[in-house]
Design a protein around this ligand. Structure first.
Ligand SMILES: Cc1ncc(COP(=O)(O)O)c(C=O)c1O
Length: 467
């Protein structure tokens, strides 16, 4: 079996790997309910019992090897065209391959004694120390663990908030990640959505008015350290001062959701500090985003004094259960430790600076060809006019929402790749929008602001820098 490595769409049909795994998109690009399972085509991948006959065994073994190598090629190709989601694909972890022969499980509290020693707890605690130091919490004052990703970090942080304030109300901006609203549903916490600016940042006046309508209940707040779609950063200081002014002193819990930008802000000059020196309760990041671990993982850190609210002694594991999941990935701490040790603080500064500069380059390049686009100052996410053709969206694996799409400029996204992308987009747009020699693109002033809109009305006033 050979996988078709070209990511292509045929009308509504999206063939991710044409003769194997494909899913169908509706015209909006969304998977429809009925399609979720039934349209994953497994031709050639159904698992069959191994043959008994020696010849057949050899044939099957060779077939599996061919299939695996073909799938590796398919993944290499897909990775080369991956622009829409925040995955740092710039890594080489081949030296860690021997660890795949061990069943590493860090179940339980990373700091508590356990019976099983096939784990990577020393690496986990070393990584946690690094993060506690980054976010300015002393070693004897923090608790945390390596999670499955940003979602689990949010689930953990919000559960701590809910346990500390059982009658608390959750305040989250409209631009918060969907896991936040899922957490509110799971924990049956009342959730109030706060308006956002065009940039995606929380509207503090709206936060204030919502808090004042609910002064009887403590506040549990999600501060976005980089929103999912626009990469906007909520200002922790403004959130704290709003809480204080509204009478919530010592009656609030702030969880900072830093899935992507939480790993970038500390390495930017002049970025506001995300720090436990401020009255926040917890911070979480994803490990597979900016840090570039090949498996989904993340880190959550809280104050030691809060960790007790979720901690129970469990005889079966001879340890304490203080985490959201039971069994925990023991490989992830080794990968995180390895990448942090190799890059160090200086390496991360360099990668962050490069991504920010390349994101600005993409924004300007898009405007130069007449595509409305915007990029927040502290972000490597560039939002722009949603391509009209779903095939183009699939080819570059873009994330879309409403009228916009985005590219997240990660360390593996090079300038030549961005140039090819913009050139291809510009060419395709001529087919979509050209009318009697003129390009009539949609107005996106409401989505990106007039100052970033290239439509025929606003574009005339736009000053696009030369490069
Ligand atoms: C702001 C934000 N929070 C949380 C998450 C969830 O992270 P994960 O995919 O690691 O669970 C994301 C993912 O994109 C995100 O952007």
């Amino acid at each position: 079996m050979v996988f078709n490595s070209e990511v292509s769409c045929n009308g509504d049909q999206v063939d991710v790997a044409a003769d194997t795994t494909s899913m169908q998109c509706s015209s909006s690009g969304m998977l429809e309910d009925k399609q979720l399972v039934s349209k994953v085509i497994l031709e050639g991948l159904e698992i069959e019992e191994p043959p008994v006959d020696e010849m057949a065994v050899a044939e099957k073994t060779a077939g599996i090897a061919r299939l695996m190598s073909s799938y590796v090629q398919h993944l290499q190709h897909s990775s080369a065209y991956h622009l829409g989601y925040p995955l740092n694909l710039d890594y080489d972890f081949s030296s860690l391959a021997p660890f795949l022969n061990f069943s590493l499980n860090n179940a339980g509290d990373p700091f508590a004694k356990v019976n099983s020693s096939v784990n990577s707890r020393q690496f986990e605690v070393a990584v946690l120390h690094w993060f506690a130091n980054l976010w300015e919490l002393q070693r004897d004052q923090f608790w945390g663990y390596i999670t499955t990703g940003g979602t689990e970090g949010n689930l953990y942080g919000l559960l701590v908030g809910r346990e500390l304030f059982p009658n608390g109300i959750l305040y989250a901006s409209y631009d918060s990640h969907y896991s936040v609203f899922k957490a509110a549903k799971m924990y049956r916490v009342k959730c109030i959505r706060i308006a956002t600016a065009v940039s995606g940042e929380m509207n503090y006046a709206d936060l204030k008015s919502r808090l004042l309508q609910n002064t009887d209940c403590p506040a549990i707040i999600i501060a976005n350290i980089g929103t999912t779609f626009k990469g906007a950063v909520d200002d922790i200081d403004s959130i704290i001062s709003t809480l204080e002014k509204c009478g919530f002193h010592n009656r609030h819990y702030i969880h900072c959701d830093g899935a992507l930008s939480g790993m970038m802000m500390p390495f930017m000059k002049q970025a506001p500090k995300v720090s436990f020196q401020k009255p926040i309760g917890s911070i979480s990041v994803s490990g597979h985003k900016f840090l570039g671990c090949p498996m989904p993982c993340g880190v959550v850190i809280t104050r030691l004094e809060h960790a007790g609210v979720l901690s129970t002694d469990i005889e079966y594991i001879a340890s304490r259960d203080s985490t959201i999941t039971g069994s925990r990935n023991g490989h992830a701490p080794i990968f995180l430790w390895y990448t942090l040790s190799k890059k160090g603080y200086k390496g991360l500064v360099k990668q962050v600076e490069m991504c920010l500069a390349n994101a600005r380059y993409l924004e300007v390049l898009l405007k130069q060809v007449g595509v409305s686009s915007a990029c927040n100052t502290l972000s490597n996410t560039v939002v722009f006019e949603r391509p009209k053709d779903e095939r183009f969206v699939c080819r570059w694996q873009l994330a879309c929402e409403g009228n916009l799409a985005h590219v997240v400029v990660m360390p593996n996204v090079t300038l030549p790749k961005l140039a090819v992308f913009v050139e291809e987009l510009a060419q395709r747009r001529r087919d979509w929008y050209q009318d009697k020699g003129l390009i009539c693109a949609p107005c996106l002033a409401l989505d990106v602001g007039k100052e970033n809109c290239c439509c025929n009305l606003h574009g005339k006033k736009l000053r696009v820098p030369k490069m």
